[in-house]
Write a protein that binds this ligand. Sequence first.
Ligand SMILES: Nc1ncnc2c1ncn2[C@@H]1O[C@H](COP(=O)(O)OP(=O)(O)OP(=O)(O)O)[C@@H](O)[C@H]1O
Ligand SMILES: [Mg+2]
Length: 236
Amino acid sequence: MSADPGRPAPLLAAEGVTKRLPEGVTLVSDITLTVTGGEFVAITGPSGSGKSSLLYLLGLLDRPTSGRILLEGTDTALLAPPDLAALRLARLGFVFQFHFLLPEFSALDNVLIPIRRRGALKPAAARARALALLGALGLAEAAEKLPEQLSGGMRQRVAIARALANDPVLLMADEPTGNLDTKNAAAVFDIFAKLAAEEGRAVLVVTHDADLARRATRRIHLVDGRIVSDETNAPG
Ligand SMILES: Nc1ncnc2c1ncn2[C@@H]1O[C@H](COP(=O)(O)OP(=O)(O)OP(=O)(O)O)[C@@H](O)[C@H]1O
Ligand SMILES: [Mg+2]
């Protein structure tokens, strides 16, 4: 794709991304896609089709064996591990199936941890940001509670607040509703839809659930590590 001076680079671009393990297993093959701000992309596919592997590659948690991944125009293959880690911390947010909140810390502290790690905000501003995120996710009352004092749906919303802590351009989630009931799962997808539509972030979510995938603006379906369809969902 040639650079068009009138158009910014896509947020995320994968060009022929392939990941092979040394023992010869191919996790994903020749993945080419671009994602722009405001898109809410659901990645679907059977178990073992490479959804998590693809998300790890696109989230810069793993490196392709061939092809390249550009984040906001930067070829991430050229970055040394510390620069890659800094880029992830500043620009990407992750949510997993299990919340991975630190059990001995309050919801507020769990959200503050990545903000402190990045070190771009003074303590008062960091606290204000974390409280605002919790408030926006309906968790104002939960700020001082420990994860074990919260419901599963609330914990996953704290995990989303934590993923948003450093104001990422791209939010990625791997089966974030896998441990939730239908109502809480729908609430999580509504949050993602809003983050994309109203805040212009790109959201990439792996899900098994076809009903939830229909709430995204775009659906990418994988089979055997390859994209077999990439479609825009009809609005509504
Ligand atoms: N480290 C590894 N070593 C060997 N094989 C692996 C490794 N990681 C993944 N695989 C295999 O690669 C394929 C893709 O795995 P991946 O976890 O990306 O699939 P998935 O679509 O996320 O599946 P699920 O829906 O079950 O989470 C699977 O066949 C898996 O068994
Ligand atoms: Mg998986």
